[in-house]
Write a protein that binds this ligand. Structure first.
Ligand SMILES: Cc1cc2nc3c(=O)[nH]c(=O)nc-3n(C[C@H](O)[C@H](O)[C@H](O)COP(=O)(O)OP(=O)(O)OC[C@H]3O[C@@H](n4cnc5c(N)ncnc54)[C@H](O)[C@@H]3O)c2cc1C
Length: 423
């Protein structure tokens, strides 16, 4: 079997891998850079898969993270359609599914994740129903898009971001949409009750049926397709297609076999370094100890993938710039842009600034006087201010935060004068 020497071998050609490859070259990495991925084509963005791409408003070309020419210009060799199956850390070598061995000086693991599969009675994992979809890849989105249209009955299992975005796009395409969420409210894992209520009302106004506190008992199939979803409360929901948005599993099995990952991710520090001095990891597969929160977090977001990739590249190039960024994320549903920063876990007070009925407000999460997180709905300027404040771990006066007349800039950053935008 073929053996090749790669200087820097990056496994996983998604957001993190693509960024790391180009940043390493720009940072001065001199030898070969190989970007290996098990999908085809040029590395692409995932967020539009549930938004513009699903709506047919953008195409595969627009999804590209960067054009093919950018990899050529950076002398990054794209090796697509190739899957890493093992890592031999002693030999500094990776084996691919076809037996090819790639040797590395440094290895970057950017293997992302895959959707958590919907498991219930009626679903044969070996031969799943033809109209059951999960959403991670362009091919998944193409499959969903082909089945959507006016009057199509879509059942979305899971009221998290991906599920709600799919619901919003499908509604816009004229589908009849039902969202089934096992928790008592949508977005229960990531947002406070006020924000969940807001999203439930936005979707209901758009004609989406939202069922909360309801699990899936089983599905009934005919001709290899799901025709009915049977819920834990006894309801039967007819379906032309089912999209499961019930979370993600990190792709860490190969790293785990090589002794680099625990159950929940590949542990890295703020320079994306793993326990092996010649291996870094970044993106959805990486579990980083965040100084700001004093705990290990595996974040599933584009900004996190990019920041960790840049930190890894900086270290590989001998110019270390640790990643201490405040976690943030966004979600687009209908005309509502949600931007979130920080982590709200452990908050004891949620302060609303603005009225959810106007579809423009912020939810600030505090513990005592410390600002932990913000959810900004159609308020990009407030979001930017809050993000800066979160990085500085400021103390905030909760009572004044709710007063729209008090400039946010003054409250969050101690700067007087009119704040920008919506403040
Ligand atoms: C539908 C959808 C909508 C989203 N919307 C948003 C959003 O609005 N905002 C936001 O911030 N984030 C969003 N996300 C999350 C975001 O896309 C991820 O956090 C981001 O893609 C993580 O980048 P990554 O490089 O770590 O992983 P990925 O982009 O998943 O890339 C990993 C790559 O590695 C490949 N790979 C895995 N194992 C191997 C192997 N053994 N050998 C070779 N290749 C391998 C995978 O196939 C994949 O191509 C969304 C995700 C989805 C699915």
């Amino acid at each position: 079997m073929e053996t090749q020497d790669c200087g820097l071998l990056i496994v996983g050609a998604g957001h993190a891998g693509s960024e790391l490859a180009v940043a390493a070259r720009q940072g001065g990495w001199e030898s070969r850079i190989v970007l290996l991925g098990d999908e085809g084509g040029v590395p692409y963005q995932r967020p539009p898969l549930s938004k513009a791409y699903l709506l047919g408003k953008s195409d595969a070309t627009a999804l590209a993270l960067r054009p093919a020419a950018a990899y050529e210009a950076a002398q990054v060799e794209l090796l697509q359609g190739a899957r890493m199956v093992s890592i031999d850390r002693m030999a500094h070598a990776v084996t691919l599914a076809d037996g090819t061995v790639l040797r590395y000086a440094k290895l970057a693991l950017c293997t992302g994740g895959r959707p958590r599969p919907l498991v219930c009675e009626g679903i044969d994992r070996q031969n799943p129903p033809a109209n059951l979809f999960h959403l991670r890849t362009m091919a998944d989105a193409d499959g969903i898009r082909a089945s959507l249209g006016p009057g199509a009955r879509l059942v979305v299992v899971g009221g998290g971001y991906v599920g709600l975005e799919v619901a919003a796009s499908a509604r816009r395409l004229g589908a009849d949409v039902t969202v089934i969420e096992a928790q008592p409210r949508v977005l229960a894992r990531v947002a406070g009750p006020e924000v969940s209520r807001f999203y439930e009302s936005v979707h209901r106004e758009a004609g989406v049926e939202i069922m909360t506190g309801v699990g899936i008992d089983c599905v009934e199939c005919e001709g290899g397709r799901i025709v009915t979803v049977l819920c834990s409360d006894g309801q039967r929901v007819p379906a032309d297609l089912v999209v499961a948005g019930i979370g993600m599993l990190p792709n860490i099995e190969v790293a785990s076999e090589a002794g680099l990952a625990g159950d929940s991710g590949i542990s890295v520090d703020d320079l994306a370094r793993t326990a092996d001095p010649d291996i870094v990891a970044a993106g959805d597969c990486a579990l980083q100890r965040h100084a700001l929160y004093d705990r290990e977090l595996r974040l599933e977001s584009v900004p996190n993938a990019l920041e960790q990739a840049r930190a890894a590249a900086s270290w590989l190039c001998g110019k270390p710039k640790p990643n201490h960024s405040v976690p943030w994320f966004w979600s687009d549903q209908y005309d509502v842009k949600l931007q979130m920063a920080g982590l709200s876990q452990g908050y004891d007070q949620c302060v609303l600034r603005g009225d959810p009925l106007t579809r423009s407000f912020c939810a600030f999460y505090l513990r005592g006087t410390r600002l932990l997180a913000v959810d900004a709905v159609n308020r990009p300027a407030d979001f930017m201010l809050a993000r800066r404040a979160l990085a500085q771990a400021v103390a905030v006066d909760a009572d004044r935060l709710a007063e729209a007349t008090v400039p946010l800039k003054e409250l969050l950053l101690g700067t007087s004068g009119a704040a920008t935008g919506n403040s």
